[in-house]
Design a protein around this ligand. Structure first.
Ligand code: ATP
Length: 253
């Protein structure tokens, strides 16, 4: 059950590059342990919204409160610190979130050090433990991420984000570029990690199957507007808005 105070509280958030391009008047609360899916067709504004939510794009209007602090009234340094510690961002393309010239263990260790860890042996042990948790053989600790398959790179990116035990993780099409069988395994892993770590997640996807599997609640976006929101099963099984009906019927058909 959600706790009383939302982790993230978003009110009337707007950022438009042009009419219908970006997002407009978005409001929602996200509670600890809750997974919110943002769905909609390409160009509907999902990624732009995710960037604003995750302190990477100053919105033109509205406010975001994280644990009751006004996000964009925090200093830039404080927002960057959040992104390195209590928050995570999983990019669609894993190499956008990894340092390709640093070993897998180094990538994980860097985030631990940013959060204050100093002891080399402990950092290495923790990195090795996390590789195992994301189903990468710890013998690959000293290998560069570019020598990994796409699925392994994505699992490494996830490990890098989770090693500091964040409360909130933003994911943009995390299974997007992967083969179907690799996607299924990754989704399974994500679902278990989210549950075990009680993570709150905002996940952008155009794949309603991914949304169904991971998200408790959905926002459906069309041309920058949230046209429908609600519990995932309700939205997908009994869509109210004609656009959601079209999205659902297009994957069934
Ligand atoms: N920096 C920018 N400058 C101008 N327009 C932009 C910029 N970034 C995105 N847009 C436009 O804003 C709209 C929303 O883009 P956005 O990437 O948020 O959509 P999306 O739903 O995430 O799409 P996709 O699933 O294809 O990534 C699009 O029309 C896009 O062309």
């Amino acid at each position: 059950m959600p706790e009383e105070q939302p982790l993230l509280s978003v009110s009337n958030l707007t950022h438009l590059y042009a009419p219908g391009k970006g997002f407009e008047n978005v409001s929602f609360d996200l509670f600890p342990g809750e997974v919110l899916g943002i769905v909609g067709e390409s160009g509907s504004g999902k990624t732009t919204l995710l960037k604003s939510l995750s302190a990477r794009l100053v919105p033109q209007q509205g406010a975001i409160h994280y644990r009751e602090q006004n996000l964009y009234q925090l200093s830039e340094a404080a927002r960057r610190r959040l992104l390195r510690t209590e928050w995570g961002v999983v990019h669609q393309h894993p190499l956008d979130g990894l340092r390709p010239r640093i070993s897998a263990g180094g990538n994980i260790g860097e985030r631990l050090m940013a959060a204050g860890a100093r002891h080399y042996g402990d950092i290495r042990a923790e990195a090795s433990h996390w590789l195992q948790d994301v189903e990468i053989d710890p013998s690959r600790l000293d290998d560069l991420p570019v020598t990994f398959s796409g699925g392994m790179q994505q699992r490494l990116q996830i490990a890098c984000n989770l090693v500091t035990r964040p409360a909130l993780v933003f994911m943009d099409e995390p299974t997007g570029g992967l083969d179907v069988s690799v996607q299924a395994r990754l989704l399974d892993l994500l679902r278990n990690l989210v549950r075990d770590l009680n993570l709150a997640v905002v996940i952008v996807t155009h794949d309603l199957g991914v949304a169904r599997l991971l998200a408790h609640r959905l926002l459906v976006m069309k041309q920058g507007q949230v046209v429908e929101s609600g519990l995932t099963d309700r939205v997908l099984d009994d869509p109210h808005h004609p656009y959601t009906q079209l999205l659902v019927s297009s994957i069934l058909g």
